[in-house]
Design a protein around this ligand. Structure first.
Ligand code: HEM
Length: 396
């Protein structure tokens, strides 16, 4: 997509993309500045009409809405329920656990010599962290990974999942428009909630079910289901792909890998370049609540406006030589987690720490790592994902 994004940024940065079906066209924003401006203005560009390209009717939205698709006071109230658990300070407390988990993952995978980096290292790692935050047994992580794949990667035939309608679903007649994987996640979350209600647990589920949101309006079953689902999927594939893309970029730039290994203290800045480079989430969508102007174009109330974060991360106006991967780049002003808006990624500190620890632990363990076959990609216009990354490792 990079060439197409470049062409759009140069020639038509606020581009109307008509679609074959009625009401499915959208504005494609490809410049960093426009993406940030819209992300910061939820009153004009709401998330409440949903944040992917799909057009949903009011009934579907009511059933599927999570905090990501909620604006205003209710959004703040929902976000606050778990905000303290995701601050950099709270996340830093997981440092020792993360380092132990990383060491365990690497020490099991690296001696294999030749293996799929995604399967052995990046896939399991983020979900194991989440499993810990949810306080569920390690034996459940396979299930969580599979659900994440089927829900987020659902345009890839390998992960194909079909939308079910209520008539076909015995157990969840009240939940039309959800995929089988989502229904499985709901059943799992509801069981956890049941066991933890009224308890003194400090895990994410206990905190969700034992607090009243700040606006005084209790969580409905749908609120809980969608919150839980968001937690399961939001940090899973995204962080996985960020780690895989970084590994690929480092293999393609061995001199930069050596530079990092020689001075691990530059890792925190390097992680920002990893995130810019990887751009695991291609886009989110907003909907105009009123007529507006963007880049000289007239946006009408009801129009879909798509923020192409991945394109913003290659914008020549912000990044010098944006197609150069450079682990020494400073002040990397990426939009990988959104920027400046109320929906700015809740898990950003966690994702950053996971990536940092992963590469701080990985690099000193290896003398060499190189590609050992074809890289296969997730077919999706939503996640920029790597499905398989065959590598050959020589231990240090
Ligand atoms: C929101 C990306 C990791 C939880 C978002 C948004 C993006 C994003 C682009 C929307 C931002 C906006 O619209 O302004 C990513 C990427 C990740 C990552 C690229 C990994 C590299 C995580 C992790 C978690 C998480 C580890 C938690 C376990 C969330 C939640 C939201 C969110 C709950 C919704 C926040 C809201 O609506 O207020 N993420 N994310 N993310 N992310 Fe992440």
């Amino acid at each position: 997509p990079w060439r197409m994004f470049h062409t759009l940024r140069e020639n038509d940065p606020v581009h109307w993309q008509p679609e074959p079906e009625p009401n499915s066209g959208f504005w494609a924003l490809t410049r960093h500045a426009d993406i940030v401006a819209v992300d910061r203005d939820p009153e004009t560009f709401t998330s409440a009409r949903f944040t992917n390209l799909e057009e949903l009717d009011d009934d579907q939205i009511a059933i599927r809405r999570s905090m990501l698709e909620t604006d205003g006071m209710r959004h703040v109230a929902l976000r606050r329920l778990l905000q303290k658990q995701f601050t950099p300070r709270a996340i830093a407390e997981y440092g020792t656990f993360l380092r132990g988990l990383t060491a365990k993952t690497l020490d099991a995978a690296l001696p294999k010599g030749t293996f799929d980096f995604v399967r052995e290292i990046s896939a399991d790692f983020p979900i194991n962290v989440l499993a810990r935050m949810l306080d569920v047994p390690d034996s459940d992580t396979e299930k969580l990974i599979d659900w994440g794949n089927r829900i987020i990667g659902n345009t890839d035939p390998d992960y194909a999942d079909v939308l079910l309608h209520s008539a076909e679903s015995e157990q969840y007649r009240d939940l039309p428009f959800r995929s089988p994987a989502s229904l499985e996640v709901f059943a799992y979350g509801r069981e956890l909630a049941e066991r933890r209600r009224g308890g003194a647990g400090t895990d994410l589920v206990s905190r969700l079910v034992n607090q009243t949101p700040a606006d005084g309006v209790a969580l409905t079953q749908a609120d809980f289901d969608n919150y839980f689902l968001l937690l399961v999927v939001a940090g899973n594939e995204t962080t996985r792909h960020a780690i895989s893309h970084t590994m690929l970029a480092l293999m393609q730039h061995p001199e930069q890998m050596a530079r990092l290994r020689d001075d691990l203290s530059i890792m925190p800045d390097a992680v920002e370049e990893f995130l810019r480079w990887a751009s695991p989430v291609y886009h989110f969508r907003r909907t105009a609540t009123r007529d507006a102007e963007l880049g000289g174009k007239r946006i009408r109330e009801g129009d879909k406006v798509v923020l192409w974060f991945a394109s913003g991360n290659r914008d020549e106006a912000v990044f010098e030589d944006p197609y150069r991967f450079d682990v020494t780049r400073k002040n990397v002003d990426h939009v990988t987690f959104g920027k400046g808006g109320p929906h700015f990624c809740l898990g950003n500190a966690l994702a950053r720490l996971e990536m940092r620890i992963m590469f701080e632990e990985l690099l000193p363990r290896i003398a060499d790592i190189r590609l050992a076959g074809d890289v296969s990609r997730v077919r999706s216009n939503f996640v920029n994902g790597i499905k398989e990354l065959p590598v050959t490792v020589t231990l240090a």
